[in-house]
Ligand binder design. Sequence first.
Ligand SMILES: Nc1ncnc2c1ncn2[C@@H]1O[C@H](COP(=O)(O)OP(=O)(O)OP(=O)(O)O)[C@@H](O)[C@H]1O
Ligand SMILES: [Mg+2]
Length: 507
Amino acid sequence: MTWQFRKTGPGDGIVAEASTDPFSPPKWAPPVWHMPEGLVLLVNAVRILVRLAVFTVRNIVPVSVAAGLGWLWHQVGWHLPALLVALVLVVLGLWALIDWASFLRYVGRPARARWRLVFVYRRDWQPILATAGLTRVHKKREYVPRLVKVRCGSTSDRVLVRMLKGQAPDAWEKVAPNLAHGFGASLVRVRQGTAGRWSWQAGQLRRRQVPKPGLVWLEFVRKDALATPIPALPIPEATAVDLTAVEVGRCEDGSPWRLRLLGTHVLIAGATGSGKGSVLWSIVRGLLPWMRAGLVEVWALDPKRMELSFGRPLFERYGRYCSDPSGGMVELLEEAARDMNARANQFAGVTRSFTPTHEHPFRVIIVDELAFLTAYCGERDLRKRAESALGVLTTQGRSVGYCVIGAQQDARKEVNNLRNLFPDKIALRLDESDQVDMILGDGARDRGALADQISPIPEIGAGVGFVRLETVPDPIRVRAAYVSDDDISEMVAFALADDTHDAGEAA
Ligand SMILES: Nc1ncnc2c1ncn2[C@@H]1O[C@H](COP(=O)(O)OP(=O)(O)OP(=O)(O)O)[C@@H](O)[C@H]1O
Ligand SMILES: [Mg+2]
């Protein structure tokens, strides 16, 4: 150990330098004190004891179990502790066989999280954070953000971190690639930190997660859960259809991806071949029993005549032409806007919430390649009329049972200046990184919506995208189920099997 204050210079005979230049000013350096060896040993012994105490407190359960077994071994020999361990293993094995899901939830994942906390995250925490520039040194002391806990999912780990005072989540977002490489993950996303809070709700004590300043969740993605295509989902039972949660695919955490249609409009943006069709068809598939029952009507606009034409008998109305003299699709939109206005007049002062009936079915207006109507259509007058009808439908249709679902390739404002009228947006594979924020809102890409990095290989990346819902600020990675031509034929057969379905065609 060294202490300050050591004088060197001409006259004290310690530094040779001084003798080379007799006119140089004297140099000062701290004196060297040699600590007695006994004291060094004592300090190291205290250090080890403190570390041991911290380890014991942090790992109180495994340490207590190991200590108990060791004590038993010492008292009665090895047979009893070995029998106890075997018994516990048998019980755990039976539990796993009988109910794998609950075993995973209460034993498998917590054990894995503990393992990864100790042997992955805590082990390399300080050096990786220091290299990424997330630690700070003040007055020769290093301050390191604290690792609070680790949660393990099937494909990703979530690590809760208490940031240094004065640090903000964007400091972590900037170095997300460094963290991913450091901890061997394919991707890291930074989310607002939360803490559990007990509250009394609807007569029950419930624990909710509430945002907590100073904390961030780091989501380390270990493997891509959406790398293989998801086959078309089964057509739901009529009783299972829910307009606030139509199942269209899967989220990255393995949970169903459910899309809200009632009370909102949805914009799907993605480059050519990104799989917009699979989102549209999965929505139609999820609504099919109610379409057959007459509670939901889908009006489809298909400028390219390639996507939706295959399932034409399913749609109540189907529009094909825009640039023809009659402007078939524009007329269809205008008709929808007129009907919506009539509904609004009828409902005014009577009801504020919409429930579909046979008289007033929930109406879904699907527009594949929205930009064709608002930007590329040759006739200026038709473009204006289409924009105006879409504007009316999106601004006023939510509460009277109208939902517009638009798909487009180009995210730029010049191409669709109505995009802010769509509360829910889906970004599939996009060509440029700055299109991500254009679709999902400012900061979405920094929060992990890397839609420009989705693979262009259809098996890996088609139908994969990010969603940002009105109520959830963080983008969620999802994949739509793939509805093949055979599935569409099956859907047509299902819809036509009931004679009450009145499929028609307009335009
Ligand atoms: N969810 C999916 N899972 C796997 N493969 C898919 C999925 N969706 C689409 N594909 C594949 O990708 C191809 C392109 O999909 P799709 O036609 O839906 O793209 P798109 O975004 O509508 O393109 P465009 O803008 O050119 O119409 C499909 O032929 C299919 O092979
Ligand atoms: Mg398409």
